[in-house]
Structure formats: C-alpha cells, structure tokens
Design a binder for this molecule. Sequence first.
Ligand SMILES: [Zn+2]
Length: 640
Amino acid sequence: MTRFFLLLICFIPAIGFCQPDRWQQRVKYNMNIDMDVNNNQFKGKQKLEYTNNSPDALNKLFYHLYFNAFQPGSSMDVRSQELGKVAINGRVDWDARVRDRISKLKENEIGYQKIISLKINGVAQPFKYHETILEVNLTKPILPKGKVVIDMEFEAQVPLQVRRSGRDNPTTGVRYSMSQWYPKLCEYDYEGWHPTPYVAREFYGVWGDFDVTINIDKTYKIGGTGVLVNANEIGWGYDTPNSELKPTTKEKRSWHFVGNNVHDFVWTADPEYKHLVRKVGGTTLHVIYNYKENNPKNDSAWIEVADGAAEALPFIESKFGKYPYPQYSFIQGGDGGMEYPMATLLSGPGLGTVFHEWMHSWYQMMLGTNESMYAWMDEGFTSFAEDLIMKYYDKKSSLEGLKEALQKNPNNKNLQDLIPILPEDHSTAYAGYFALAKSGYEEPLTTHADHFNTNYAYSTAAYSKGEVFMEQLGYIIGATVRDKLLLEYYKQWRFKHPNSNDLIQVAEKMSGIKLDWYKEYFCSTTKTINYAIDSLWEEGGVSKIRLRRIGQMPMPVDLQLTFKDGTTEMHYIPLNLMFGEKPNEDPKQKREVHEEWRWTHPTYIVEFKQRLTDIKAVEIDPTKRMADVERKNNLLELKW
Ligand SMILES: [Zn+2]
C-alpha cells in the first residue's frame, strides 16, 4: 500500500521528487566498556546486529581499528613525516598536531585495539589485521536481507593525544577524548566495501542504533553521543540543570547512553568537567567543558557557546532543515574541532568552530557523504553554512573581517590585492581558493582525501573550494533556487549516503538547468575561470560589447551596464550547456536575456540599443560570486 502510494507521487512531478531508493546497510551496536583510568586501557564487549540490505552475499567483513594508527611506523606516522619534508611558502606541510610525534610514543603511550574473540551467531570467525583495518573472512556468507549477530570482545589502550582521539591533551587538559575508540564496521554501499586505512582523515559509517555503557572511575564525568538513559542515577545536570554528580558507594560508575539513527559514537571523560544545559524547542543542548579555577573568562566563553548555539538553531533550521535528534553536545576535548553524531569535540570555545562542527550534523551526520571521496561536500558545505551563521550571529561578513585584518596590517600585499575582488559573503573561501589555484599545488576535488600530495591542497580544496562551489552554484542557478535546493537535498538524502551526482540531480530538477558540466569542470579538473571585457564599439546604430573567455572553464555571464544617470541594467548570457536560465535575481533591476554562449566559442558579442556614450561602466559578475581568478579585466569604467 505504501509502495503504491509512493509510486503515484513519483509520477506527479508537480507534487515532488522521488525519494531516492538506495539501499543502506544497518547496524545495531550494544557495547559495554570497562575503563581503567590508571593504565588507560579498557576492555570492551560488543554485540553487533548487522543487517545486509544489499543485493549481494557478503563473504567478508571489514572493521576500522583506528587506535592502531598511533604506533611508531604506522601509515599515519610515515605519511606525516613524508609531508614534513614539503614546505609551502615556508610552512612545513605536515599537520602541526601530528608532526613526528607518533614515532616517539612509548609503549604505555601508543594506542591499540586488539580483538580477543569474534563470533557470528556463536561461531568463531577467522580474522586478519591490516594495521587500522581488520579483515574478517566469514565461515558462512551473509545473504541479501540476512541479519547476523556478531559478538566481539576487544581490548584497547588510549593513545597519548596525537590526533582527534586520545588522552591528556595538554591544550585542553581533558583526560579522555574517545573518538574512533571501538572496532567500527566499515561501510558496504553500492560501490562495495570501504576499508579505508586511517592515514589522516576522514570518516564514513553505517547507519544504526548505539547502546553504550561506560564503566569508569566514579570521579569522572562524561559527555557523548546520545541521550543519557540513567540520568536520574547520575545527576550532574543530566537529570535537572545544575544538579550535582550523585554519590555512589561503588568505585566505578556506569554511564548508559543511547543514540539512535547515527553512524558513529563519541564520548569524553574528565573529573573536572563543568556542564551547561540549554533547551531550544525539543532539543537539549549540552556544553561540557574543562573548568579552570583561575580563568573566569573560560566560563563566560563557554556560556556564549551555549547561548549562541541556542540563538542560532532556528536560523540554521530555516536554512538547512530541521535538527532531528533529541540532544546535541558541545564538548571540550580532542585537538581542534571534530564532528561526530549528536556531539562535537572542541579544543576551545571559538564560535566559528562551534557553528562549523555543529553544521556537520547536517553535512555528514545526516547527509552522510563518503568523506574520503567527497570531502568538499561536507567540509565545503559546512564552511558555507558556518559563514552564513556567523554573519547572522555577528551581523558581519567575512569581507569585513578581512578588511579589519588589512587595517591591522596595512602592508599585507596579498590582502591589498585580494580585497577589491572578493564577494561580500564567503570572501575568505574565495581568497583561499584563488591562492590555491595560483599556487601550482591544486589537485581536483575528486582526489581521495588521503591521497592529495599536500595537506595544503587537500584542506583548501575541501574547505574553501567546496564553499565556493556552493556560493557559485547560487550564481549559476540563482541564490533563492540554491537555498531551496539545500532544503530539498536535505529532505531527499538525509540518513543516506549521497554522492556528488545525487546533489547535482536534485539541483538540476530544482533549477531546470543542466549542471553536469559544472561538476565536471569545477570538481574533476583544476581548470580556472577567467572572463574579460575585450572591446566595445557602435555599428549601424547598435552598441556592441565583445566578451572573451580567457580561462578554460566556461560559465554563464552576468554583464551589468551602469549608465551615466545612475541606472543599471543586467545583460544575462546563459551557457549553452545549461539548456536553461536562472531567474532574474534582482527584480528591481531590468534584465535582458541574450542568446546562449556556446562553450566552444572564445568570444561573444552582446548587442544593445543604448548609446555607448551614455554608459559609465560595464562589469562582468558585479556580485563577484563567479570564481574568476583574474577580475581586473571584468570591469571597464568609461570616461567620455
Ligand atoms: Zn569540518
């Protein structure tokens, strides 16, 4: 009945689009952990119910054993040291947090995860370690639609903090940052298994439900993914705001969390933690931070995190879709900002990072792109959102921030050159992308996140070029259509693993514009955009402006004419590959739509009836949203 109803909707385009029916594997974890805070080791029992929704029989399973990266000679260690040999503009390219630190870890400081036993439906399974990946060769295949129960016993040592997870980071003073801490099943999707070794980044997981009990020394306080089920037993603000940790006669306390419909689980623990709680609508926000006796500023900054997050949520939901989980925790821990479902680890209370990590709840935790393949779809879109939220919260654009930076350092040649050519919003991302495009280090966005030649190229591509992708998409299809697209993309793909084609398909349907060319040029190549005003003249009573495509990437062109009387007029030239046009973005301004510009043609002549002598200025893309690497040739001011 339901199926019939859905099919009906699919054939009526006016109502909506088909919910894409891509199968998803399903997990149900039940874990019980016994932590020894003296030797930083823990034993774990994991019962995993795994449902194979794929059409394939599975002969193998793969797990991530992330902690094994924190051992001298590991892939993460060697890769970091290799990148340490590269210097870009005088900066060593390795991650400053990793450097060669792994090579120096002692026996009691390394991380490891060891499997004691692994049984499926009671039968022991043979397995093999590949450093951070465990390969299990099944004694019996898991058939399509089959479900198995996998019982695992494991033990682990928490590494001294090096990257994301670990213990005793001196910057935060937090004892345990427990991300990537359990043997985590790799994802099997329409492309097959994704047993990606842990080298530097990123994460991809199976949707499901987590039920986690952590037994730890009674003085410790915990934050994490999910809802604390035994809040009444624990207290400490989880039952009612500002309540104390409840006394216990036992040496250890059990914290029981449940997180449903997520693809990972994080937790942290420290005896000095302080806990703030805010409620916005049906969502509880937790802010858990390391209280420092002598630093009253510390308190006020974390209070601002709690209040800022509460203030921003309605704005965020209006732009990006509803936050569907019962809680979210901003937890001091880790070594920067790192996102997890229903929680983030933050080394400090910076609001930009706070909003950025929270937005990963949309771009990664709900729209679960494979970060190794499409890092730009989560880091880039998250950065795009972060800029919007910061502007909403601060009422300030990133361009203003750059101008302030120039005021403080007026001799900064780079900023002097850049500021006149940057858009009002997202200007830091454009600046970062332009610098990368000119650096000679750029690699296509389609490069696997761990396989970029440099960290510089990876991070600028994923964060800045990914953000530019989204803002520039607004230039191509119109900003209001792009905004609607973000909500539709959320609606169609949340709790699934969309890829770049899926996003483009939604965008094409929303806009009526073909966009495959945009993805191919901007993501699969490093070709750049450069348009120029070539010449202008009058001929037989008609004014003509010749435009020239100098860059290798074609784009539609907004050409604005400013007349001496102060009025303006937009001349819009769609690209032939679009088979459509964007709506007039500024109804107050007159717009004329011209014939399409064929991508093969390096020049195009715009014709109009007004006299050239009436024109004060001609400008390509006055909103500066097109990532034109050479804007000097976009503006022509006429002095008659
Ligand atoms: Zn991020």
